[in-house]
Design a protein around this ligand. Structure first.
Ligand code: FAD
Length: 506
């Protein structure tokens, strides 16, 4: 392996000094994503990259990938860093490739109804551009403000619009990818107007940055709806809100978005903003279309909510929640960390799923909120979050929540989302015997495992010695299960949690 100083000089020759960082502070910033990882994780992984590189062109990305063969440094692609399982965090240092400088929205073609974007653009940036031209995105991840097009495609994201507009995967016409050998691949032919030719795009959807670095995407757009109207209903409990969401699909309604949030979310919100809605178990449903169509959908929704004793809330509540829809985790500011558990479950089991999530949260004596949204006609996303204090090793026991939630999702015929650094043990349960085929595909694309190596399919550690280089994925499951047990035995209570519990008692 070339020395780090030599590798740095080669990087600087490629990008210039202003787009290569190696200070302790900058490396620290990139040593975690949205997930709260307790400091104890540094014993297992080298989470700090050696260098952070910020390419501006596809050619520069290709050059970085080729340089890795010389330096033998690992490459970690990163978009907004909003993932929940350490996918965009290094496990053995190396070069972190931050794609955020490749954030141009290049062109919208009204004839083919597509928009071409660089992979580092956030969905919000793309949405703003597309809407300024009179179009809309059929679907957009919940965290549109922070997540990039390349990052969410690699995460297999779900979000707004799925029920009407299909999945994020359906919204991709084609991708431009720099493969681990430095060559450029276009995943689908632009001449394929009818969508009949072989298409490699799905291979890269949900690949968690293991097969190459996405540099551009051509995305489908749809005409902008005349009106969007957010409606909110308060329910006697969360299971009633869940039954209402299921009822939407049973009644063949297709709102743009339908989600539920428990009352605790609004307790946290109120601690941050006094004008936050009154805490209640609530459903947020956004309907879109022409004026008459929206009026019909609203009437039908009012009827469905009434069947579950739902009370319609004033328009100001819906407007506020809709305005803040891309910023759902402000509760993070109240504690010292926050952990989201993201799972897909059958829609028909959503009422049971929300109750299970509350039960797990309460058993582990955690504070957090249970939330869910409809993904499509058969599936719901169940994405509760909990507060945690990741500054203490004992605070990390809250990670046991993610393990227990994932187990519950499997039992309900669903599965957790995301593998990244520490949820790899779910891979085989998610993909069954296709797992070996996926690993073989990785071997073909990236035999040296230089891009996001040792994640998603296996768990590398930072140690170079045989026997310690990797741990069997079930080892991570055992670790998180132990965390859950410790959490039950000795829950940690940080300053905010004590204040919050006091409010509850009062
Ligand atoms: C507030 C909030 C809401 C969220 N809502 C959702 C949701 O609705 N649905 C959902 O599925 N997830 C959601 N997430 C999780 C996460 O935001 C998404 O997975 C997101 O789309 C990731 O995008 P990112 O740009 O932040 O990717 P990162 O976290 O930076 O990276 C994610 C993975 O993609 C890889 N990667 C990043 N860019 C590239 C690239 N250009 N080429 C190749 N690989 C790349 C990384 O190596 C990593 O493995 C949410 C997260 C937050 C914080």
């Amino acid at each position: 392996m070339a020395s780090l100083d030599y590798a740095y000089r080669r990087l600087v020759n490629t990008l210039g000094p202003e787009r290569v960082a190696r200070s302790e502070f900058e490396r620290m910033v990139y040593s975690h994503d949205f997930a709260s990882l307790p400091k104890i994780a540094l014993l297992q992984w080298r989470l700090y990259p050696d260098f952070v590189a910020l390419p501006q062109t596809t050619e520069e990305v290709a050059a970085l990938v080729k340089l890795s063969d010389e330096s033998l440094l690992q490459i970690t692609p990163r978009g907004g860093g909003t993932g929940w399982c350490g996918g965009s965090v290094p496990n053995r240092g190396g070069v972190l490739v931050d794609m955020r400088k490749m954030n141009n929205v290049l062109a919208l073609d009204p004839d083919t109804r597509t928009v071409t974007v660089e992979a580092g653009a956030t969905w919000k940036e793309v949405e703003d551009f597309v809407e300024s031209k009179g179009f809309a995105l059929p679907t957009i991840p919940l965290n549109a403000a922070g997540s990039t097009v390349g990052g969410s495609i690699n995460s297999g994201s779900t979000g707004f619009g799925g029920l009407r507009g299909g999945s994020v995967r359906d919204a991709i016409a084609s991708l431009e990818v720099i493969l681990p050998n430095g060559s450029l691949l276009k995943t689908a032919s632009q001449a394929d107007a009818g969508g009949q030719l072989a298409n490699l795009t799905p291979l890269f959807f949900g690949a968690e940055g293991t097969l190459g670095i996405v540099t551009k995407a051509i995305l489908r757009v749809v005409p902008k709806p005349e009106i969007s109207k957010p409606l909110t209903y308060a329910f006697p409990n969360l299971a009633a809100a869940a039954r209402c969401l299921k009822g939407i699909v049973d009644a063949a309604l297709t709102p743009y978005h339908a989600a539920l949030m428990d009352r605790d979310h609004f307790v946290f919100d109120r601690a941050l903003e006094a004008d936050s809605p009154d805490p209640t178990d609530l459903a947020l449903v956004a309907v879109q279309g022409s004026k008459d169509d929206v009026a019909d959908q609203e009437k039908a929704m009012d009827g469905l909510a009434a069947k579950e004793q739902g009370t319609k809330l004033p328009p100001a509540v819906g407007d506020r929640l809709w305005r803040d829809r891309y910023n759902n985790y402000s509760a993070r500011r109240l504690s010292r960390g926050l952990m989201v558990s993201y799972n897909l479950v059958p829609l028909r089991r959503l009422p049971e799923a929300v109750e299970k999530a509350m039960e797990i949260r309460d058993k582990l004596k955690l504070n957090g909120s249970v939330q869910a949204h409809i993904v499509d006609t058969t599936t719901a996303a169940l994405d509760p979050y909990v507060l945690m204090d990741d500054t203490k090793p004992s605070g990390g026991t809250a990670l046991g929540f993610v393990k227990r939630m994932g187990d519950a999702a499997f039992k309900m015929e669903g599965h957790p989302m995301g593998l990244g650094l520490f949820l790899v043990f779910n891979l085989r349960k998610m993909h069954g015997n296709a797992t070996s085929a996926y690993s073989a595909v990785k071997g073909v694309f990236d035999p040296r495992k230089k891009i996001n190596g040792g994640k998603t399919f296996e768990v590398w550690t930072k140690y170079p010695w045989p026997g310690l280089r990797a741990i069997p994925p079930p080892g991570m499951a055992i670790g998180l299960e132990v965390a859950a047990i410790l959490r039950r035995v000795k829950p940690t209570r940080d300053r905010f949690v004590r204040a919050y519990e006091h409010t509850k008692e009062g």
